[in-house]
Design a protein around this ligand. Sequence first.
Ligand code: UDX
Length: 437
Amino acid sequence: MKLSVIGCGYLGAVHASAMAELGHDVVGIDIDARKIDQLAAGTPPFYEPGLPEILTSAMASGRLRFSTDIADAAGAQVHFIGVGTPQKAGSHAADLSYVDAAVQSLLPHLAAGDLVVGKSTVPVGTAARLAGVIEASGCGASLAWNPEFLREGFAVKDTISPDRLVYGVPAGAAGEHAAAQLNEVYASAMAAQTPLIVTDYATAELVKVAANAFLATKISFINAMSEIADVSGANITELADAIGFDNRIGRRFLNAGVGFGGGCLPKDIRAFTARAEELGRGESVSFLKEVDAINMRQRQRVVAMTLQALDKPVYTAKVAVLGLSFKPHSDDVRDSPALDVAVQLRGLGADVMATDPQGIENSRLRHPQLTYSTSIEETLRAADAVVLVTEWAEFKQIDPVWAAALVRVPIIIDGRNTLDAAAWRAAGWIYLGLGRP
Ligand code: UDX
């Protein structure tokens, strides 16, 4: 099929490349010329494992090209909208200006029978409004909402082999036609018996925000338990293992630590709350404000633990920060708890040196006041305390005996509860985890 993908960020660039890899003829479009130039040269503008490989092979096949000209979408039968919906400045609501602009700019290039497919995470009600815009234009195209559940770091796999597909479609024949077109796009997932839910717009939009709200709640739940563990002497990791054996609960997303960040979870729970308030049902999801508060508190907790552990005033201390990206396998530092902790410590006067396998470049753009190093050894040297805030394998593999010889004072704050506390203590370290005695 001929497809266009509007927006070539984390979502769109992966989607365009994966769809071409699956055999479709794809044009990826973005208004950012730098991004398009990089993609067209076969170099993704961000780190995503597996993406360079499929980008290169799809481009070599001739099935994938990139453009800054929306007119190049003409001729495609299905047009995916994968632009960002960041948090609005000065509000918790989602900024829909990129989605609206993408649809408006696409309208003149749509033909009768074309399908516009929203993938961006939007407040419930957006698809119905956009369907009205498309209908009013008289172009004869229709709209479906097909939320994306990909995780950064696993985006290629999640796009090529999704764990489920959700289509929000209009009622009647138009909806059947839309579902049939999407089944053709996702023919390989269909052949693999991927679970499919065909539903209305509102449900499809809500599925995405509800899934992210649930995941965020699960993380904040375990972080709240870890606060109780701290004051009661319980061990949060053993607690998570024990409750996680209950299949109804499950062990995943029960890792206590410095909390969730990234371009999705934090802004999605805020936008959900804002939308529920607009709909007059703010109280239904008011617990998400608590989820957010618990999450943000973990960053303060890690900073406070560091200050307390230091044997000297913070403004005279060198603090080594291991981790900047919001999670491993990503260079994304949007709303990253790790970067936030580094910045807060720097703001208190500490001489912060931070390292990360992928997140330095993006962090430097936002916070040039921090000192960055690509070397773990240099980062640790003469440190008065070490704070681990992203659980990269490179950090988990650090030999505590080797590291103890580098630092000035062997204190480690494990903000991800990821190290072997006994091994670090045996090597002479003061080891401090969150909710771990
Ligand atoms: C998330 C959703 O998982 C994905 O389905 C959706 O499409 C986009 O948002 P992503 O932002 O890539 O994906 O990251 P995810 O793997 O969900 O992690 C989010 C944050 O939660 C990270 O900062 C991670 O470190 C943190 N986290 C995760 C925890 O603190 N504890 C856990 O147990 C799990």
